[in-house]
Design a protein around this ligand. Structure first.
Ligand SMILES: *Cc1c(COP(=O)(O)O)cnc(C)c1O
Length: 411
């Protein structure tokens, strides 16, 4: 591997201003930055046929990632998650070619690991010694773990109603963790205001350019797993939107490399919970940016984002791909989680249960055909959501076993 990167510059999504890459950057004109590469040079040194010889982590796409020096690479072995055919769940839904890409198997149990592997590696490379993040779900724990791996000090500010596992994993990995009596926006304000006083680097969603590059590897990986012929439709749960933006960026770069056909991009379905669906509202009203949701409410904590910084990028990708933004029903989350777990053995996070509800709606409307190839992303492991999955099975005494209880449970 060369000790160099193919990055040319960072590009502002506000006005395409070009900014230097080898220095710490946040937003420009209040909008996120995208990493740009010399793809002609990449094409000369990287061949898609030799990829399979590389280690099964996201670092196999090294030339399409921004890191300069291998010694700064911070890894927990992330990437290459399985793409699992789901015939029984598909039959229940009326969708004959359904696949789930199981990101719940990543370090820290969610796809946030991809973004943080890149963001923390680059933070290390650029000399950051202290990071901070507002988080209402999986991002905090993922940052805490990668920061620990890198020997970087981490501060996490989490709303009081954050799922207990997410709070505990921050503490477990040694992040200085604070329970805030407000919403995610209030936590973000603390991170912003403390930046001067504590000189920490703000790792909030889209406020630094590298988490998208990590999420981009979902798209690269999916393309490689599908033998460079992408599926018809992708259902993806949208909170901050980095996953959708990252995958769109992956298709752009693969097209520029000539590795995928331009005319065959998947329709992107952005799925949100009805209790917090700013992108869906904007999509339906034909707006370029979303309104802010006042009182977001859903058990899918990763989707509790009242207004995403990159909303306009998500909307652009969804529309350009001829997809849709769809709101899933909160009261169906338990149904889809248990159906998928029982029929396929895959423990979906509530965010991805919302995707199945959206898929059911899209099938009913005819947006998605029965024989379309559909990929649903499971962005996290159900096991992290004890508040959602907790149940009490029937009790049994071992001293005097009541076999009637067991018999009633038998199939
Ligand atoms: C953060 C998160 C999301 C939303 O991700 P974005 O790509 O930022 O929209 C979805 N699901 C889970 C489990 C998450 O942790």
């Amino acid at each position: 591997m060369p000790a160099m990167s193919f990055v040319t510059h960072l590009e502002s999504t506000a006005d395409a201003t070009s900014l230097p890459a080898r220095t710490l950057q946040t937003l420009h004109g209040g909008k996120p930055l995208l990493v740009r590469y010399d793809l002609d040079a990449v094409r000369k040194v990287m061949a898609k046929d030799t990829l399979r010889l590389r280690a099964p982590t996201l670092w196999r796409y090294r030339e399409l990632l921004p890191l300069e020096r291998d010694e700064n690479l911070v890894t927990l072995g992330e990437g290459l998650t399985p793409l699992l055919p789901c015939p029984r769940l598909g039959a229940a839904l009326g969708c004959s070619r359904l696949l789930i890409k199981d990101e719940g198997q990543l370090p820290t149990g969610s796809f946030k690991a991809r973004g943080m592997a890149l963001a923390v590696s680059l933070a290390k490379e650029l000399g950051v010694t202290r990071v901070a993040i507002p988080s209402a779900g999986n991002a905090g724990g993922a940052l805490a773990a990668y920061a620990a791996r890198a020997g970087i000090e981490c501060f996490a500010f989490v709303p009081e109603d954050t799922p207990v596992v997410n709070v505990s994993e921050c503490v477990l990995h040694g992040a200085k963790t604070f329970l805030v009596d407000g919403l995610i926006g209030d936590c973000a304000k603390i991170v912003r205001e403390g930046a001067q006083r504590f000189s920490w680097f703000d790792m909030s969603t889209l406020k630094e350019p590298y988490r998208i590059e990590g999420k981009k590897t979902m798209g690269l990986e999916l393309a490689e797993q599908c033998l460079w012929r992408l599926p018809d439709a992708i259902f993806y749960p949208t909170g901050g939107g980095t996953g959708l933006i990252g995958m769109g960026k992956a298709w752009d770069e693969l097209q520029a490399l000539g590795w995928i056909e331009p005319g065959r991009r998947p329709r992107m379905y952005s799925c949100q919970a009805e209790g917090c669906a700013p992108i869906v509202r904007a999509f339906e009203q034909g707006l370029d940016a979303s309104p802010a949701i006042d009182a977001p409410s859903t058990s899918a904590s990763g989707l509790r984002v009242p207004k995403a910084l990159g909303d306009f990028l998500v909307l652009r990708e969804v529309r350009a791909s001829k997809g849709r933004a769809i709101a899933g029903r909160e009261q169906r989350i338990g149904h889809w989680m248990s159906l998928c777990a029982r029929l396929e053995g895959i423990a979906l996070c509530p965010e991805s249960a919302i995707c199945l509800d959206a898929l059911e709606q899209a099938l009913a409307r005819g947006d998605v055909k029965r024989d379309d190839e559909v990929v649903v992303f499971n962005t996290g492991a159900a096991q992290k959501y004890v508040e959602v999955i907790r149940t009490t099975p029937p009790r049994l005494s071992w001293r005097d076993v009541d076999w009637g209880i067991v018999e009633r449970a038998a199939g």
